[in-house]
Design a protein around this ligand. Structure first.
Ligand SMILES: *[C@@H]1O[C@H](CO)[C@@H](O)[C@H](O)[C@H]1NC(C)=O
Length: 507
């Protein structure tokens, strides 16, 4: 299959504005090529000069032939640069700093895609809006187990993006990687979020992330930014904002908007959390292959979740140390991956995928941080239940509108029919009105009488009760009254506050 589309534009990792044709850099990774080229040219000229001098000498002084072996010795430096396939990388220079955009640090943006056709245009709108210099960002997509036209649309959108006449739009190098994992779980919202499916689903996701990262990470990358395709709203300066913190691994808070009838908004990514004693004790009791997934009543971990600590007016720069991380939007230094941290597709400390990644990074001494008051909004996908409810609401709205219409028509008809003021109807109307007034008056009198009676009875009863109570109190005087357990309630109320059974997700 023809897999290499030639983009008319783009910025390779070694490409600066040096006026060389772009096509030369499209498919081959050739860092420092510009330097090599210049050096090669100089060397070739020097070589040509030497050869000419040599033949000149031979003609003029045949005795020079005796010195031939000496001339055959080339300097080691020349040999070094004559190896066409040699690449030299200094990893000391790509460790990642807080102001990467000023130091021209390259970012690898990784996005796993599965049946993501409907979200791709939105994702590319985000790409266009990123303020981190696009020529410093290389894109990597993994397309797996897709039944829709994810790959076709992806190619089309990439071509459009890279051909954009605005020189600030085209990105760096692009990798589209295809790999199926034989997804056993259905992709609809219910099966994806069901508890039983979580462990195996997360392990497959972990494999997908590893395939993508190991295939696309180059020695020129200082940072790796993981971004899901179904993010709806995010600050355009997100990469710089996260980078400024200069952490090894950092994530924002991820919420999702909801329809008004569901409360307007909701924490979405429950995979960013701090470890708790309860969860550690729970982990001890589990089988060695077990994977704890957050946000399900089956595993009550009582961990502090980044999501629930959000204050819309809080300081967006506030940091919180976390252990598990969610995968919607992760910025990590490339050195974390180079050091061997990955997304475990097995139970690592009873966790897999991004949560396992956070734990592993922490275990290797890297800093793992979340920003509770800096929020990214995930797309809201209604569940089956929500859809049904919405349908019911729609039906109700329609029937109410229909009723309203019918009532209006009836009124119109009545008005038209009885327009004549001298008609019998007017007289009848007056008669009816008078009769109604009388009836109402009688009813009101009856009601007042009844009220009076009730008031009298109530007063009598109250007096009687007061007397009885007084007598009782007399009996109990001197006895100590114990109140039934009030101590345990405060603890319980704290627990009740935790919303459980919410959907955790990293996709
Ligand atoms: C990108 O920026 C434009 C202009 O500021 C804005 O209208 C649009 O909503 C943004 N797109 C996304 C996906 O954030």
């Amino acid at each position: 299959m023809y897999r290499h589309s030639a983009y008319p534009n783009g910025y390779a990792s070694n490409k600066r504005d040096d006026g060389e044709p772009f096509s030369q850099y499209l498919h081959r990774f050739q860092p420092r090529q510009t330097h090599l080229h210049q050096r090669n040219r100089i060397l070739k000229l020097l070589g040509l000069g030497c050869v000419l001098t040599f033949f000149g000498l031979l003609i003029l002084h045949p005795s020079t032939r005796n010195h031939l072996p000496l001339l055959g010795v080339a300097s080691p430096a020349v040999k070094h640069f004559e190896i066409e396939t040699l690449r030299y990388y200094d990893l000391e220079t790509v460790q990642g700093t807080s102001r990467g955009w000023e130091r021209e640090e390259r970012v690898l943006l990784c996005t796993p895609l599965r049946d993501a056709e409907e979200h791709l245009r939105m994702f590319f709108n985000h790409l266009r809006n990123f303020t981190y210099p696009h020529h410093l960002i290389d894109l990597a997509f993994l397309v797996s187990d897709s039944k829709d036209n994810t790959e076709g649309l992806l190619t089309q959108l990439l071509e459009e993006l890279q051909a954009d006449p605005d020189p600030k739009q085209p990105y760096g190098e692009i990798s589209v990687i295809h790999k199926d994992f034989g997804q056993k779980v259905n992709q609809d919202v219910e099966s994806r979020h069901g508890f039983a499916a979580q462990a195996s689903r997360r392990k497959l996701m972990a494999q997908a992330r590893n395939w993508l990262m190991y295939s696309a990470l180059r020695p020129t990358h200082s940072w790796v930014y993981w971004r899901d395709a179904d993010v709806e709203t995010a600050p355009v300066t997100l990469i710089e904002d996260l980078m400024r913190h200069d952490k090894d691994v950092i994530v924002p808070n991820v919420w999702r908007p909801l329809p008004d009838w569901l409360g307007g908004e909701q924490p979405y990514d429950l995979n960013s959390w701090q470890e708790s004693e309860t969860a550690l004790a729970l982990a001890e009791t589990l089988d060695e292959d077990a994977v704890i997934v957050e946000g399900y009543a089956e595993y009550a971990t009582w961990r502090p979740h980044l999501a629930y600590l959000r204050d819309p007016y809080g300081d967006p720069d506030m940091e919180m140390e976390i252990d598990g991380v969610g995968g919607v939007s992760i910025l990590a230094k490339a050195r974390v991956f180079r050091a061997g941290v990955h997304f475990p597709a097995f139970s690592f400390e009873k966790h897999a995928e991004t949560e396992g990644f956070g734990k592993m990074a922490k275990r290797m001494g890297f800093s793992v941080v979340g920003l509770p008051h800096y929020t990214v909004w995930h797309l809201y996908e209604p569940s089956e239940q929500d859809l049904q409810h919405m349908q019911e609401m729609e039906a109700e709205r329609n029937s109410r509108a229909q009723e309203e219409k019918e009532r209006e028509e009836r009124m119109k008809r009545i008005k038209e029919e009885f327009k004549d003021p001298n008609s019998q109807w007017e007289k009848d109307k007056a008669g009816i009105a008078e009769k109604t007034r009388q009836e109402e008056k009688a009813a009101a009198e009856k009601k007042a009488a009844a009220k009076k009676k009730v008031a009298a009875e109530t007063k009598e009863a109250a007096e009687k009760t007061a007397a009885e109570e007084k007598a009782e109190q007399g009996e109990q005087a001197g006895q100590k009254i114990q109140s039934p357990d009030t101590a345990s309630t405060s603890e319980e109320s704290v627990k009740v506050k935790r919303p459980l059974g919410k959907k955790a997700s990293s996709d």
